[in-house]
Design a protein around this ligand. Structure first.
Ligand code: CA
Length: 412
């Protein structure tokens, strides 16, 4: 039987713990990507999912579902702040949340952070959420392209998350319509940052089964190195009013019992895994960091970006100039070498000495007539004539002159 909806999560190849969480229920589907501190990220995403999960129920209208989602996210935000208050060691933790509630052929969507929701319709994947990231701001203001954003060194800087920073975070909400046959993909940036949109769309097209599709999506990220935690939720739309995943499924850190006071035991788990894989400590991506959404901060980041851009341009220009002067130097040296060579050939029917080499560079000959003798080529013996016509090399001018002498002697 083809499974309509499912959720999956993988720690990835580099990180020591999974800070992502995912939920696939009957009406509600969510991903959350936690961040912050040595024990905060996994707590934040798990807390958020567990505090939102209770709204997984049928709704009269999509507006009711929007309201339920929005207040559940604000509640989760409040709970995160409370938890930090009780456990100050978790200060700075936060989480993205992207979720949908299905109400028949409509979806209520709520989103904050850089996890993503995509619609797959008839083989085409379309992103419906907008990343709340610094680089997305740069894209929106026309400073960089989407391709540049994908590889930007500050692409993980988030402008908005749930956490202990803002009491009333700005949450994007939206009502979407959906058709039978649509599939919705919710994922953390551990998937969208390492598998192209085209490839994600292809996988959904190839795998009608939600669980297999998720496995294939996660495998693709693992094949690409999976430096980050990878989480995906797939929601299929059929004729039934809900998209049940066959009982509520929690994945990632939400699937484990919460233990946010046990930071010491977490550390003892992490240390050996880092020692076992010393490289992973070096290649691990920089932790996602959250920066409050202040204009001052944005301007500082933009200024830094502009400075880097100027610096990159200068480095590029100096590099180009160096390479160009190297090429010109080699060409000059090569040309000078050719001009130290001579050969004997035919010019205007006379035997002549040429300075340079026989080859041409495109339309430009690398030789000039140095001296035209009064020996007529037709006066030579057939053997000598053929040799002169096919040119005779001379390493220097005296040798060329002695070849002319020999040919002259032949005539006497
Ligand atoms: Ca992530």
């Amino acid at each position: 039987m083809t499974r309509l909806s499912a959720a999956g999560s993988h720690v990835g190849k580099v990180r020591a713990n999974n800070q992502d969480s995912g939920y696939a229920g009957e009406h509600l589907f969510v991903v959350a990507d936690g961040m912050g501190g040595h024990a905060g990220g996994d707590v934040a995403s798990a807390l958020a999912i567990q505090s939102i999960a209770h709204i997984d129920q049928p709704y009269e209208s999509v507006d009711d579902a929007i309201e339920a989602l929005r207040s559940a996210l604000l509640e989760a935000n409040h709970e995160l702040a409370e938890t930090v208050f009780e456990h100050p060691e978790l200060a700075g933790m936060g989480t993205t949340v992207s979720g949908i509630v299905r109400v028949g052929d409509q979806l209520a969507l709520a989103h904050i952070g850089d996890s993503r929701i995509y619609r797959w319709r008839e083989g085409t994947l379309t992103q419906v959420t907008k990343d709340h990231t610094f680089v997305q701001r740069l894209v929106d203001s026309g400073r960089i392209t989407a391709d540049e954003a994908a590889v930007h060194p500050r692409r993980s800087v988030l402008m908005r998350v749930l956490g202990d920073v803002d009491l009333t975070p700005e949450i994007d909400v939206e009502v979407l319509t959906t058709d039978v046959g649509d599939r919705w993909l919710l994922c953390s940036d551990g998937l969208s940052g390492y598998v192209t949109e085209t490839r994600m769309g292809e996988i959904l097209t190839e795998q009608p089964d939600a669980e297999r599709a998720i496995q294939a999506l996660i495998d693709e990220s693992l094949d690409n190195g999976a430096p980050d935690n990878v989480t995906a939720v797939v929601v299929g739309i059929d004729r039934s009013p809900s998209s049940s995943a066959g009982g509520p499924v929690m994945v990632g850190s939400a699937a484990r019992p919460l233990s946010y006071s046990a930071s010491t035991s977490k550390r003892s788990v992490r240390l050996p895994s880092l020692l076992l894989h010393p490289l992973s400590a070096v290649t691990a991506p920089a932790d996602e960091h959250f920066e409050p959404e202040s204009e001052e901060f944005l301007h500082a980041l933009i200024a830094e970006y502009e400075r880097n851009k100027v610096r990159r341009r200068i480095v590029w220009l100096v590099g180009v100039l160096l390479i160009a002067s190297l090429i010109i130097g080699l060409l000059v040296a090569g040309y000078q070498w050719t001009q130290s060579r001579y050969f004997v050939g035919v010019s205007n029917g006379q035997v002549a000495i040429f300075q340079g080499v026989q080859q041409n560079i495109g339309p430009f000959p690398l030789s000039t007539v140095y001296f035209e003798s009064d020996i007529d080529i037709d006066d030579l013996s057939p053997f000598s004539r053929e040799r002169v016509e096919s040119t005779i090399n001379a390493s220097d001018l005296p040798e060329a002159l002695s070849i002319i002498d020999r040919l002259e002697n032949e005539l006497d």
